[in-house]
Design a protein around this ligand. Structure first.
Ligand code: IMP
Length: 461
């Protein structure tokens, strides 16, 4: 068994990482699960006998009391959001005594959310204050968990109040004078955060040292990347990216450990999705139509396409084919409820992620969603100004003009009942084999449904 494993999405997020983490924690019995980047912009739903938990900040190992869960310094934490998750978990009988938060993690403050709501539209951010919080980290105007909780795990009212008032006053000037927004109410927000801190102050620790102790004891660690590599601040589709380092470099940076993961698994959905703005060559249909026409029902229900619509999709109607994938895959944001943009699998983009993140194997998720589509497509190159590109362009305007070059593969029927790789239809195996050839690394895990049992380990891994 590998001493440490990194899992990271190879696409634009929402690859189904939560399920794979849960599967690995169960199968490989990891002792430690670490979140190292992002914040409440991430969202995963964990389904267990104790209930269904939509989590944003708390690592996926929390339901296993024997697993240590660590939120590293690279994660940005909104106190009310964190306390909300803790309360939900505690109400379901999960005490969360196995959770540790880095004293170096930055806090998402009320002005961050306000600024993100005002400025994030161009990128289509999750409006959780993530970008402005990381901006303040870089400009050294951030407030860290260690300012709120002292080294003995007690709420540090004096240090925090001083820092909060000082930064809030400056931020209010920016809100009012630059953006003509209302200022944040300083004293009421301050008291609220000090009160919330009582719920998690005992969890604050020097998590870099903690991880080192775990390593020395021989404990095994799973590093859980949030978002997806194509949203990485430096290597994603800049500027339509998140504000943290998503890949392996983010893992070192955000967890404060130089442990080299022994395995680096790239979670890859059998098709692609994207939320928010930004270029997306393999997209089916267009985002404006999706936003206007493909919302879920008010009760969260998702209607499937009827036979007539499916026939039109198969005859070449891209909007409807995109809708087919969206509905069959229930592609609506866990954090925002937004309909996700959908498209075919883009292996050029996945290969880019594999390269910069040192990914050594693929966990392919949601292959079952492609059931009953007779001809499947994989984007294996981009046409740009008469040339075929096989790498992911750094310039957003070039990426936006790229036309996908597709390879067609024969489809397959329902897969959600398949439990053994030997029972996969030959065409599904051929699809996986082609992905392996184009990606240059093996597919070692396959998921064909939301439940843990609907997963297979391939290639003897
Ligand atoms: P931010 O991370 O909220 O600043 O948003 C920046 C971009 O990343 C937007 O396009 C978001 O939709 C996208 N994004 C952020 N987190 C996730 C995620 O967990 N899944 C998918 N997209 C995400």
């Amino acid at each position: 068994m590998a001493a440490s494993t990194l899992i990271v999405g190879t696409q634009f997020g929402d690859e189904g990482k939560g399920k794979v983490v849960d599967l690995l924690v169960e199968h490989e019995k990891f002792d430690v699960v670490v979140r190292y980047n992002g914040g409440a912009n991430a969202g995963h739903t964990i389904v267990s006998e104790q209930g269904t938990f939509p989590l944003h900040l708390v690592p996926s190992g929390i339901l296993h009391p024997e697993v240590n869960n660590v939120v590293g310094a690279g994660v940005v934490i909104e106190p009310a959001g964190l306390v909300g998750e803790l309360k939900t978990l505690r109400a379901a009988g999960i005490p969360c005594e196995n959770l540790w938060l880095s004293d170096r993690a930055h806090l998402v403050m009320p002005w961050h959310k306000k600024l993100d709501a005002h400025l994030g539209g161009k990128i289509g951010t999750t409006a959780r204050g993530i970008g402005p919080c990381y901006e303040d980290r870089a400009s050294r105007r951030g407030i860290r968990l260690g300012d709120l909780v002292d080294h003995q795990g007690k709420v540090d009212k004096d240090t925090f109040s001083k820092r909060f008032r000082e930064v809030a006053q400056e931020k209010n000037l920016v809100l009012e004078r630059v953006y003509e927004l209302d200022p944040v109410e300083i004293e009421s927000n301050l008291s609220e955060i000090l009160e919330l801190a009582g719920e998690f102050c005992q969890m604050v620790a020097d998590t870099s040292s903690l991880l080192d102790e775990y390593r020395k004891k021989g404990l095994t660690t799973l590093f859980e990347g949030a978002q997806g590599c194509l949203l990485d601040l430096d290597w994603g589709s800049y500027p339509y990216v998140t504000s943290s380092s998503v890949g392996i470099a983010g893992c070192y940076l955000g967890s404060g450990t130089a442990q080299n993961p022994d395995r680096c698994i790239g979670i890859t959905k059998a098709y692609s999705t994207r939320v928010g703005e930004g270029p997306y060559p393999a997209e089916l249909g267009d985002y404006e139509t999706v936003k206007a026409k493909d919302q879920r029902g008010a009760d969260g229900s998702v209607a499937q396409l009827n036979e007539e619509q499916k026939a039109k999709a198969l005859a070449g109607d891209e909007v409807l084919m995109g809708s087919w994938l969206r509905r069959a895959g229930r592609e609506y944001g866990t954090t925002t409820g937004r309909p996700r943009r959908t498209g075919w699998l883009d292996i050029v983009a996945v290969r880019h992620s594999i390269r910069f993140s040192g990914i050594t194997e693929i966990a392919m998720t949601k292959l079952d969603v492609l059931a009953d589509i007779p001809v499947l497509k994989i984007c294996k190159g981009y046409r740009y100004q008469g040339q075929t590109l096989d790498t992911f362009p750094s310039r957003a305007h070039i990426l936006a003009e790229c036309e996908p070059v597709y390879e067609e593969l024969e489809g397959f029927g329902a897969l959600d009942h398949v439990k053994d790789p030997k029972d996969l239809p030959a065409t599904a195996r051929a699809y996986l084999k082609r992905v392996e050839e184009l990606a240059g690394i093996p597919v070692s895990i396959l998921s064909v449904g939301p439940h843990r049992a609907q997963s297979m380990f391939l290639n003897g891994n």
